[in-house]
Write a protein that binds this ligand. Structure first.
Ligand code: CA
Length: 223
């Protein structure tokens, strides 16, 4: 899944980006509040990690502006301000969760997965469609209880489709979820990953909606 990281401290930002990438997140990094607001508002991100003490625009002001505009992207606030009034203020302004500095990278990863899951109405760390099951915490895919080896991109693509089971996702929407800044995306990259997923998981799982995009086939018996 694709994340926006807003952190002005270069060492911390670099460490957070590396640690989150290791956990399979696609991470774009901005260093001030104005850029953070602009990027989160773009709708390209499944979640954002927002430092509160940012130059040009404070994190709390960024949050307030976003929520005021009706932008609901889940935001996890990063703060050294471990005081109750600050936390209450952040939550009141629409933060979805908090992590205190110094940051535990694995806690941060777990909280982000949980935020994104909840924002899609999922209560568990498992996603499934028919005989295919995805365990997000372990980044593992099973089909009929047998592990299936997927590349990072294949996993992320399947994840996007599972999170949006009732929607058709266009190729552009899938590209946005798969690639962070600085990647040259081959024009047929999504088609190639879909092709590989079909080879690994069966031709029936992913349906092409001609001229629109892709969706998961609903298992028989479900409306
Ligand atoms: Ca800061």
């Amino acid at each position: 899944m694709r994340l926006l990281l807003a952190e002005d401290d270069l060492m911390l930002g670099d460490g957070l980006r590396a640690g989150l990438r290791q956990q399979g997140f696609q991470v774009d990094w901005v260093r001030d509040g104005i850029a953070a607001e602009l990027e989160i508002a773009s709708g390209d991100y499944q979640a954002a990690v927002l430092d509160l003490g940012l130059p040009r625009k404070d994190g709390l002001e960024v949050l307030q502006a976003l929520r005021g505009r009706g932008i609901a992207t889940p935001v996890l606030v990063l703060t050294a301000r471990d005081t109750v009034p600050d936390r209450i203020k952040g939550l009141d302004m629409g933060a979805d969760d908090y992590v205190l500095k110094p940051v535990d990278l694995f806690e941060l990863g777990a909280r982000l997965r949980s935020l994104v899951r909840r924002s899609h109405g999922q209560v568990q760390n498992l996603l499934s469609c028919g005989s295919v099951q995805m365990n997000l915490a372990a980044r593992l895919v099973l089909q009929d209880d047998q592990p299936v080896a997927l590349s990072t991109r294949e996993f992320d693509l399947l994840h996007a489709l599972l999170l949006n089971r009732n929607r058709v996702l266009s190729r552009e929407q899938l590209e946005q979820q798969l690639y962070s800044w600085g990647y040259e995306v081959e024009s047929n990259a999504v088609e190639v990953h879909i092709h590989h997923l079909r080879k690994k998981l069966g031709a029936d799982l992913i349906r092409t909606v001609r001229g629109v995009g892709y969706t998961l086939l609903r298992p028989k018996g479900l409306a």
